[in-house]
Design a protein around this ligand. Structure first.
Ligand code: ADP
Ligand code: MG
Length: 316
């Protein structure tokens, strides 16, 4: 047996030695070719990239699989390309039930630009999904989503990653009983953080998801992700409705005048111990978990493992 195996090995490495044998060229299933990728529609746009629904149809019979393809917005190159590259490297290493699955990459312009190919989740992000499904989604279901986000985040922590942009817009819905974390690795350097603070359209500014240490020192810990999870939990409990979104409520609390004032006032407000209010019809037990995510000192915050235990108890 050992000899047969050894000979097979030799044949694979040196196909020319055995001319009679047909060698099957193993294709790398994570390499997608541009020419077979057909755009169907836009799925969304974030700070750096855009995501499109495409069909990958190498056989040309219109039955190829649907995939979500992330690329940089036109015109953005250089440093931003680096972020997408890093996001690809991150996603490639992650494998968890509650994390969007990496499928591969697609190189263009002779390798000068790369697109990220992911599994396609037709229901979109929680932010798209929840407001429409309010009446079909009860408290138990919201807590199940919260539990799954914590399970994905706990795994991420064990893999020594910090997400840095956890928010309902970055959690995707697989089916009505499964959500997955997406949008990885767009690491925010200090310079980009500043551009966030001065953003003109404030609607999706991530500052309202950031912990004080991120706002003040640009330091991110796993505990900073816990803070952002608390804000995401708030979004879940408000069914991601815009009129009571973190952005809307914080802006009402701050009465800011200019872009730069927002950040200063937000830090003052948080340091004074003020927090997002308990959403209507959110049980005290759930609000108290949010508050434990929003301890000023990162060391005092609840951890994802403990959150998992708490949500499991609530779901029992
Ligand atoms: P950005 O880094 O630009 O914020 P995201 O990865 O958050 O990019 O994607 C932006 C939006 O595109 C998401 O909020 C979601 O609506 C949509 N989207 C992203 N990935 C997928 C996917 N795999 N399936 C379906 N929709 C997706
Ligand atoms: Mg995003």
């Amino acid at each position: 047996m050992a000899i047969v195996r050894d000979l097979t090995g030799v044949a694979e490495q040196n196909p020319a030695i055995y001319p009679g044998q047909v060698t099957i060229q193993e294709e790398d299933p994570t390499v997608f070719e541009t020419r077979f990728l057909r755009k169907i529609k836009d799925l969304g746009e974030g700070h750096f990239g855009m995501v499109e629904l495409c069909q990958y149809d190498p056989l040309g019979d219109g039955r190829g699989e649907l995939v979500a393809v992330k690329s940089l917005k036109p015109g953005s190159r250089g440093q931003l390309a680096c972020h997408l590259r890093r996001e690809i490297d991150t996603m490639r290493e992650l494998y968890h039930h509650n994390i969007v699955k990496y499928k591969g990459v697609c190189s263009e312009d002779g390798g000068r630009s790369t697109k990220l190919i992911m599994e396609y989740l037709p229901a979109g992000s929680l932010k798209d999904y929840l407001p429409r499904r309010k009446h079909q989604t009860d408290l138990q279901r919201l807590l199940l989503y919260a539990l799954q986000i914590c399970q994905g985040m706990d795994y991420l922590g064990t893999q020594r990653f910090i997400h840095r942009d956890l928010a309902a817009r970055n959690v995707l819905v697989d089916n009505e009983s499964t959500v997955k974390i997406g949008d990885f690795g767009l690491t925010k350097s200090m310079k980009e953080d500043k551009s966030y603070y001065t953003v003109k359209e404030r609607t999706d500014s991530p500052v309202f998801w950031y912990a004080p240490e991120c706002l003040v020192d640009s330091k991110f810990y796993t505990a900073s992700d816990v803070w952002s999870f608390g804000v995401t939990l708030y979004e879940l409990m408000t069914y991601c409705e815009t009129h009571c979104s973190p952005t809307t409520v914080f802006l009402e609390m701050l009465h800011p005048t200019q872009g730069k004032m927002i950040l200063t006032r937000l830090v003052e407000t948080l340091m004074a111990g003020k927090r997002l209010p308990c959403p209507p019809s959110c049980p005290d037990t759930v609000y108290s978990l949010m508050r434990r995510c929003w301890e000023t000192d990162p060391e005092n915050r609840i951890q994802f493992k403990e959150l998992i235990t708490e949500f499991e108890l609530l779901l029992d």
